[in-house]
Design a protein around this ligand. Structure first.
Ligand code: AMP
Ligand code: MG
Length: 344
């Protein structure tokens, strides 16, 4: 299939590329587009065939549901049974990097929700995503625009690498500001549960909902036979080809470990900016300042993709802290590492 690639700047919401992409979506086609979190692979959310095409293009198991993207929080009424907590969250965080799981209405086919009776709703703030959803005039089902199993795409080049030739069009609109996928919160049976951490942190959510439980799967592997709340939890997402090992220990111990490792092994090191003056490894990737967790999030997936393309035997990275934005980094890295943590 010939994929149309439109290179477009973030402000260019009036571009003819948007109307062309919207037309493709209305006709059942697939279009990848930038959001403030990562790129999404969009299709008409009310169209079963479009959903099937999304799963095929990604190589994604069809029991892993898609997130529905809308242009304003009220549009959720057409697709889900909302409640008061949803509107409080919407007031605080939408448009923005938050996905809310609610009981679904019949307008959304089960092929989109992986057979579940709930639906994931998100209202992105990215100007091009907003413009595309409005121009399409339908909700857009969109998982991350990567091939299943590789890191989510945080710039247009990642999408082109993974999906060129497999979908109708790509709106290539630069780097995603956040770089990690949205926070997912489930609101069912009057309980709020964080299923995936992201830029809307658990503390921020607790300012709006008094109680937010954190699903154990955010930090731990699933237990054998455990049924995940979010089907995506059971897959080894974001998996690099090379084994990834996370280093836990105080700053000095991790640095001496890395100083030794760079001479002893063919390794890629994802390090903090402050460490670049000490490490001399030829495969060194600066993921940002030690305290700059937003910067680290912004760079993480590009770093994992770059690391995986290098001629090496192993990748080392720091184990992130589990609070604030650290929890989102921790969640992505611990899964990419298949829970391999080395105490140093
Ligand atoms: P992605 O689209 O790649 O960001 O992944 C979407 C994530 O949202 C996956 O982990 C899904 O399992 C999760 N998700 C989507 N819809 C639901 C739902 N109805 N209930 C629970 N998790 C969901
Ligand atoms: Mg994904």
């Amino acid at each position: 299939m010939n994929t149309k690639i439109f290179t477009i700047s973030v402000e260019d919401t009036a571009s003819p590329a948007i109307s062309e992409a919207a037309e493709l979506l209305r006709n059942g086609g697939l279009v990848a587009f930038p959001t403030e979190t990562v790129y999404g692979l969009g299709g008409n959310a009310t169209d079963t065939e479009a959903a099937q095409k999304i799963y095929a293009a990604k190589g994604r198991p069809s029991d892993n549901p898609l997130i529905i993207h809308i242009a304003s929080p009220e549009e959720a009424e057409q697709y889900a049974y909302t409640n008061e907590t949803y509107y409080r969250l919407a007031k605080a965080f939408m448009p923005g990097p938050l996905t809310v799981i609610l009981p679904k209405k019949d307008s959304i086919p089960q092929s989109v929700t992986g057979g579940l009776d709930t639906v994931a709703i998100r209202c992105p703030s990215h100007p091009l995503a907003q413009a595309l959803i409005r121009a399409a005039g339908v909700a857009i089902a969109a998982p991350s625009a990567n091939r299943s199993g590789s890191p989510s795409p945080s710039c247009g080049a990642h999408v082109i690498h993974d999906l060129n030739g497999r979908i109708d069009a790509i709106l290539s609109g630069g780097e995603c500001e956040i770089g990690l996928e949205s926070t997912i919160i489930q609101l069912c049976d009057n309980k709020a549960t964080l299923l995936r951490p992201g830029a809307v942190t658990a503390d921020a959510l607790r300012c709006v909902c008094e109680e937010v439980a954190i699903s154990p799967a955010v930090t731990e592997g699933l237990q054998e036979n455990e049924r995940p709340l979010s089907p995506g939890m059971k897959y080894r997402h974001y998996a690099p080809r090379l084994p990834l090992v996370l280093l836990d220990g105080d700053e000095d111990c991790v640095l001496s470990f890395l100083l030794h490792a760079q001479n002893a092994e063919k390794c890629v090191i994802l390090c903090y900016r402050e460490e670049t003056e000490y490490l001399r490894n030829e495969r060194l990737i600066d993921i940002g300042g030690k305290q700059e967790l937003n910067e680290q999030a912004h760079r993480l997936f590009a770093a994992l993709r770059a690391a995986d393309g290098m001629d090496a035997d192993i990748i080392y990275a720091h184990l992130p802290p589990k609070d604030g934005m650290g929890l989102a980094l921790y969640n992505r890295l611990i899964r990419a590492a298949a829970h391999t943590v080395l105490q140093v």
